[in-house]
Design a binder for this molecule. Sequence first.
Ligand code: PBG
Ligand code: ZN
Length: 333
Amino acid sequence: MSYPAQRGRRLRRTEGLRALARETRLSPDQLVAPLFVHQSEPARQPIASLPGQARLTPELAADEARALSALGVGSVLLFGIPARKDAEGSAAWDEQGPVPRAIRAIRRHAPQMVVWADVCLCEYTDHGHCGLLADGEVDNDATLPLLARAALAYAHAGADVVAPSDMMDGRVQALRAALDHAGLSRTAIVSYAVKYASAFFGPFREAAGSTPRLGDRRGYQMDSANVREALREAESDVAEGADAVIVKPGLPYLDVVRAVREALHVPLVAYQVSGEYAMIHAAAERGWIDLERAMVETVLGLRRAGADLVITYFARTLAERLAEARLALEEQR
Ligand code: PBG
Ligand code: ZN
């Protein structure tokens, strides 16, 4: 036998051979598309820091959800931008606010779409923190009932999933108890169990106008240096009733995705956040990297690390490319 016996290149020669050796696949039903919903004029407001993304009215969000649904995208994740902000973020539980209205519109126009509503106060508070302020600090326990009120409003409107992103301790238990008490035991909780205090949320905060006026979020979001702590957070959220958990951001935390995957047995979601998306767009705009190849490679990386689902601003473009690739394959046959 001539050396070498193993030649890795044998299975890389053609697309057919590469496909039979492929270990991780991308499918649009694994993608979650974030949508920003507002209620002002003009109805569609492009977000400069997130190329291709826009703030949409509830009606436009429903149109977008229908287009995503036709492409096979499984879920949308809704963020609200209220007309008014106050100290406690009371617009978060307004039944006529952007998110409840969008949920009802999507329910009507895209009935197959799984609707997730982000639950947090930072888009709704005038100070930009994720909870109630007391003596300059976010008061954990006083925030819990407010988060529960917001979650109830979204569940009543018809959300399939509520996704608390505030990082208060005990909020999954508080949401589960409030939902069950209201007869909404079927509403699922997908918690942002592992959310790091990150530099990569910048474009989102610009889109939502939710940058804290004073201080930062390090008093409640996690320290980037920690992975054991991520396991404690994920385990306690599951014990409190989370149906699935999110790790966020994605790319700088692939080891965390892998560790949570191995430790827990609930669906795992990775969030490719606004800064990750903006960074790829910025480099591509300068001609330094290929946008679509970087899109596929990064989402594949998150899936390979162990994420079942990926929340990504690329959801629509990626689903379009996957549909085109499938069509091209069918035409060859
Ligand atoms: C709200 C929330 C944020 C993101 C998701 N939910 C902002 C933050 O914590 O500052 C960030 C998403 C992104 O950057 O794409 N708490
Ligand atoms: Zn928040």
